[in-house]
Design a protein around this ligand. Structure first.
Ligand code: ADP
Ligand code: ZN
Ligand code: ZN
Length: 817
């Protein structure tokens, strides 16, 4: 009997691909293991076994696999089921999901190491020129990587040469490559146990009085251990005692110090002491009970708790119960880089049971955590992560928490799979028959609507912890202030007054400006020309710090112009304003105080955020200017004043979610004020002080905002009433996009009639030299989602089968944001 496997290839193929395997391989292989397989004429991929069977493919002859790469599955059956749901729901391929899910080191292909096959003698004459070049190189170097081959052969596609050499048995692909991760060992020292008695120790110290440097080392060791109550690293000891490695080595050789090693998990927490979690107040206690009750009826419950009501502490209690049962917990956060505070809070409660899955971690670190989760290790019992952590190989997931569930960054934008992590996490929890808790002070309309529809449970906390009052929110009419000359730059007299007062009593201030850069647009006063990006249809943004003009879409930059490119005039004006300008003006207004800035430009690198957050916490910064990064759950104790520099650019943003987003952003950033004892103050500067949303923000009236916005969504057929699928066509040829989009939309309109919007060019219709055109599919509540998707896929396939459209990129975005 013949045996076959269906595999997922890490490329966007619509179908699984079938390979033939031997009887022995069929007995060994399981779904979820990796195999190296040939694909096309030249390529070798790491693929994932999906199914083992005996059905010969009819359309093509199954090739043999190259190699089995795992001893046991690295993907669980539950994951495979979850991935299928993602692929189906978000209209992408399993290959797309595989790529997004696995840490890169699991999918090596370009990293593959090639070595000479020493068991076989090759006659040079049997090798073609290129093969000979590679083979020759392997005489000088024990191993080569793909990019070495690319250099040697001076061409990109080297797979055919590899395959030919493999055919001739001249080379082997090293399996080790797939396991190349090596745990990092760290050296520690402790006092040799001979000296644990105090007399012996006394004696030792006396002896060492003639070797003061060595004595110093011992004394430093004591003081570090006393302070940290943790194992002492050689590197820390050497640094703290200012002793050379030689002195420490002498002490080890004399058996005064004992050396030992730990495998340092890059993702593990180094502490051990678990602090008891906090005692809940009555509101929190009540919420906790209600959540548990709600879980009796609902798989999903929304915790709507005002900012600083202590939601985190409620989560902690739930987590305690789940891990006591030996189950795993997934704690999803919108942006992990911003959550150092939360991470350390959870680490003090759960010590070594918390692991963090971080997009800025190296592929090795992810690899390590992956294995810890897969093996159900205690240190990965609680995973704290951003959206991609829904792909981890959970074993026994007992609870999913989605913190700040309203955050739009849970939705993956590019590349596919364009999934919403909150929704995908709910599905994941359901596969484990577990519960999901969504938490927010400003729930998304989607989640609240699900509550109203009876799909989710709802629990509320309406009091801040310690009964601190919600901040006092004041609207400042800057049109009026301008008229009466009460503005200094972008600061109203009211804002300056409040700032002066806050600073005088040592309080800190947050200023929120929803734009980065200094002054987004430069405009010629004479002719009105604004410098444009050569690759995209946007104006360039002025960044004062480097005196540059930058494109926020493609990264293009150029030095700031000295005169207008169109008319040559030297009078260039700044329109609009960004965080950099707010920072500069604040500094000029308050020269005695330190003004910091937190936005994409100041937070690059793995620890970029930590630096600024810590500096603010340590009160090295008095005034922090920032973008929406500031809204994400930060807990600063000393902030009493929040200034929103300009509410209008949020309210006027051209998107059906703009008002909901504005409400959420403003309430969240207001929530940073007065979190501990005294009531905080918030000033919102605006040209539209009578805007409904601003009133709803200032009265913290979620219910009214919900009702009014839902009315709009109803009337204009938008989510959460209707569902949306956005189809974007991209091509560098304007006409192709234009004609293609018409064709596509006509096809859709035949099926869906008036529920198709567009095709339309987006406000920025050219990015990186590609023209974009959008079509929006609106799906009424009673229309079947899966049938709709099937119809779209059918039209999509016909579209791509037309020769002139084949090169057009089509992006399907389900539930787009
Ligand atoms: P939220 O997530 O709802 O905005 P947090 O959980 O961050 O609120 O709590 C706000 C502040 O109150 C934090 O500084 C937290 O340490 C403190 N806090 C919350 N609950 C308690 C409690 N039960 N005991 C002591 N402090 C608490
Ligand atoms: Zn650009
Ligand atoms: Zn000009």
């Amino acid at each position: 009997m013949q045996h076959f496997i269906d595999v997922i290839l890490p490329i966007p193929l619509e179908r699984l691909f079938t390979y033939s395997i031997t009887q022995a391989e069929s007995e060994f292989l399981k779904a979820g293991m990796r195999v190296a397989v040939p694909f096309g004429k030249t390529k070798i991929y790491t693929a994932l076994v999906f199914e083992i069977h005996q059905q010969q493919p009819t359309a093509y002859e199954a090739k043999e696999i190259h190699q089995i790469l795992d001893d046991a599955p690295i993907i669980t059956q539950t994951q495979l089921t979850h991935w299928q749901w993602i692929a189906e729901y978000y209209l992408c391929t399993l290959g797309d999901v595989l790529r997004a899910a696995l840490p890169n080191s699991f999918l090596l292909e370009s990293e593959t190491i090639i070595t000479k096959n020493n068991d076989k003698i090759i006659n040079d004459a049997d090798l073609k020129d290129e093969e000979f070049l590679v083979y020759e190189a392997l005489h000088h170097q024990s191993s080569l990587k793909l990019h070495d081959l690319i250099n040697i052969l001076d061409k990109k596609n080297v797979f055919s040469v590899i395959n030919a050499l493999l055919d001739k048995d001249a080379i082997v692909l090293q399996e080790e490559v797939y396991e190349k991760y090596k745990p990092k060992l760290v050296r520690y020292v402790k006092l040799n146990s001979n000296y644990s008695e105090s007399e012996k120790l006394q004696q030792l110290l006396e002896e060492l009085s003639r070797a003061p440097k060595q004595r110093d080392v011992i004394m430093t060791l004591f003081s570090i251990s006393a302070q940290t109550k943790k194992p002492v690293k050689v590197s820390d000891l050497s640094e703290a005692s200012d002793a050379s490695p030689a002195i420490i080595k002498t002490l080890i050789d004399k058996e005064i110090l004992a050396e030992y090693h730990f495998q340092e998990d890059r993702v593990a927490y180094s502490g051990d002491a678990n602090e008891a979690s906090k005692t809940l107040n009555t509101y929190q206690e009540k919420a906790l009970e209600e959540i548990k009750q709600s879980f009796e009826t609902f798989n999903i419950t929304l915790l709507h708790g005002v900012t600083s009501s202590g939601k985190t502490e409620v989560y902690v209690k739930l987590i305690e119960e789940v891990i006591a049962k030996g189950k795993q917990v997934l704690y999803l956060l919108p942006e992990i880089a911003l959550t150092t505070q939360l991470v350390s809070r959870l680490e003090t409660y759960f010590g070594g049971n918390v692991s963090v899955y971080h997009s800025k971690y190296s592929s090795h670190e992810r690899f390590e955590l992956w294995n810890n989760v897969l093996q159900n290790q205690p240190k990965a019992q609680i995973v704290l992560g951003a959206r991609s952590s829904i792909f981890l190989p959970f074993h026994d997931l007992g609870l999913v928490i989605v913190d700040e569930e309203h955050e739009t960054s849970f939705k993956q934008f590019d590349p596919a799979p364009r999934y919403h992590a909150r929704d995908a996490a709910i599905v994941l929890a359901a596969l484990f028959k577990s519960k999901t808790l969504l938490g927010s002070a400003t729930p998304s309309l989607e989640s609240y609507y699900n509550v109203k529809q009876g799909k989710y449970g709802l629990v509320e906390i309406t009091h801040r912890f310690n009964d601190v009052l919600m901040p006092d929110i004041e609207l400042v009419d800057i049109q009026d202030k301008h008229k009466r000359k009460r503005m200094t730059g972008h600061f109203s007299d009211r804002l300056i007054e409040e700032m002066t007062e806050a600073l005088s009593v040592g309080h800190q201030i947050i200023l929120f400006q929803n734009r980065r850069g200094f002054s987004p647009i430069v405009e010629c006063v004479t002719c009105g020309h604004a410098p444009q990006c050569p690759n995209c249809d946007v104006s360039l943004t002025f960044h004062q710090f480097k005196n540059e003009l930058r494109c926020h879409y493609c990264g293009y930059y150029t030095a700031m112009l000295k005169n207008c490119m169109a008319c040559g005039s030297v009078e260039l004006d700044n329109k609009g304003f960004g965080t950099e300008q707010v920072q500069e003006e604040a500094q000029a207004l308050f020269p005695e105080h330190k003004v910091g800035r937190m936005d994409l430009d100041t937070t690059r690198g793995k620890f970029g955020y930590d630096r600024i957050i810590t500096a603010f916490e340590q009160k090295e910064i008095d005034i922090l200017v920032g973008t929406q990064m500031l809204t994400k759950g930060l807990d600063f104790r000393n902030v009493k004043l929040v200034g929103i520099m300009n509410a209008d650019n949020m309210l006027n943003f051209p998107d059906f979610r703009a008002l909901e987003r504005s409400f959420q952003l403003m309430l969240q950033v207001s929530g940073r004020a007065g979190r501990t004892d005294e009531r905080g103050k918030v000033l919102i500067q605006t040209y539209n002080p009578h805007h409904r949303i601003l009133h709803q923000v200032s009265t913290n009236n979620y219910a009214e905002m919900y009702m009014e916005q839902m009315d709009e969504r109803h009337n204009f057929k938008y989510p959460p009433i209707y569902r949306l699928i956005k189809i974007t066509l991209k091509h560098k040829d304007f006409n192709k996009v234009n004609i293609g989009a018409e064709w596509y939309a006509t096809g859709l309109k035949q099926v869906f009639k008036s529920n198709i919007l567009g095709p339309e060019f987006p406000p920025i219709s050219r990015i990186r030299n590609q023209f974009h055109k959008n079509i929006l599919v609106k799906i009424p509540p009673q229309q079947s989602l899966s049938k709709t998707k099937k119809a779209i896929v059918k039209i999509n396939n016909s579209f791509l089968s037309i020769k002139e459209f084949r090169s057009v990129r089509v992006i399907l975005n389900v539930d787009n944001f």
